[in-house]
Design a protein around this ligand. Structure first.
Ligand SMILES: Nc1ncnc2c1ncn2[C@@H]1O[C@H](COP(=O)(O)OP(=O)(O)OP(=O)(O)O)[C@@H](O)[C@H]1O
Length: 282
């Protein structure tokens, strides 16, 4: 943990505090996000759940300061006591990646198909580190090893299309948490993957955020995934929070019909983690 971050800690235990966040896209009549307020505790795992078009990705972009030009934003986003809208573009860019990091839905789309994986991962690390290219490449190999790559050196020499989506996503997570961000934002990180790769990526997310001490904000439309993975959940509908709280409490006693519908959509398979027997361990 860096001393600047430690000095800025507030007394609430929250690493991220969002207050009254409202966003309107240019030309749109109504805001896409309405007066959102929530906080994320240090090291906690929060799910943001909602159907298509409810504003989940807009929320991620707003937190990262990456909304398109002309978007109207009000309310505040506070990271470790610093209001992000008070920062200059370059200060915000430094925090992005170092303190607030993002894992995209589709790692293939986030990478340049013409450049080998190693060069791209080194470029990502270089934004926040001063080591030589050789040291950064060694660090990339070490990071890939921590997320289950048997032969990191070979993987670094490959082009993105030569690796599976699951491998690429694990690599991206390893690099995203390398700077020990306060918050890792994962926007549908498993949606583009098959079931086996989804599980591997979730295990990596769980392990890596635990090791780095990062809080996780998991954006998903899939409440089944949230059940066993997140401590808290907020449910979005048409840009508003319609339900929120500890995951168990929200799932056991939803206060919105929207949450009820999402719960009804969870497939219950005998012996699956969503089966009550399977849940006993947590
Ligand atoms: N750049 C933009 N300009 C104008 N409207 C936008 C823009 N991006 C998104 N929207 C609109 O904002 C609303 C919320 O979109 P957003 O992508 O945040 O939802 P989402 O919950 O992430 O959806 P999905 O799960 O389908 O990705 C949608 O109606 C969308 O059409």
């Amino acid at each position: 943990m860096d001393s600047a971050g430690a000095a800025q800690r507030d007394a609430t235990g929250a690493t991220l505090t969002v207050t009254g966040l409202t966003v309107r896209y240019p030309g749109a009549e109504a805001p896409v996000l309405h007066d959102l307020s929530f906080s994320l505790a240090r090291g906690a795992r929060l799910a943001v759940v909602g159907g298509s078009g409810t504003g989940k990705s807009t929320l991620a972009l707003a937190l990262l300061g990456l909304l398109p030009d002309g978007a109207e934003v009000s309310g505040t986003v506070e990271l470790e006591g610093t209001v992000l809208s008070d920062l200059s573009r370059s200060q915000l860019a430094r925090r992005r990646g170092a303190e607030l990091s993002l894992v995209y839905q589709n790692p293939q789309a986030a990478l340049d198909p013409r450049r080998r994986l190693g060069r791209q991962l080194v470029s990502l690390l270089r934004v926040h580190r001063r080591e030589s290219g050789r040291q950064l490449r060694e660090e990339c190999a070490r990071l890939l090893g921590t997320v289950g790559f048997q032969d990191p050196g070979t993987a670094l020499g490959k082009y993105p299309h030569e690796l599976s989506g699951g491998m690429l996503q694990r690599a991206m997570i390893a690099v995203a948490v390398a700077s020990r961000p306060r918050v890792l934002l994962a926007d549908e990180p498993t949606t583009a993957l098959d079931v086996t790769n989804q599980e591997a990526v979730l295990r990596v997310l769980e392990h890596e955020t635990a090791v780095s001490g990062s809080a996780l904000m998991l954006i998903t439309h899939n409440l089944a995934l949230v059940r066993n993975f997140c401590d808290e959940v907020i449910v979005l509908d048409r840009g508003r929070i319609v339900d929120s709280g500890a995951t168990r409490a929200v799932l056991d006693a939803p206060s919105s019909p929207v949450t009820e519908r999402l719960i009804e959509a969870i497939p219950v398979l005998p012996g699956s983690p969503s089966d009550s027997e399977g849940e006993g361990a947590r």
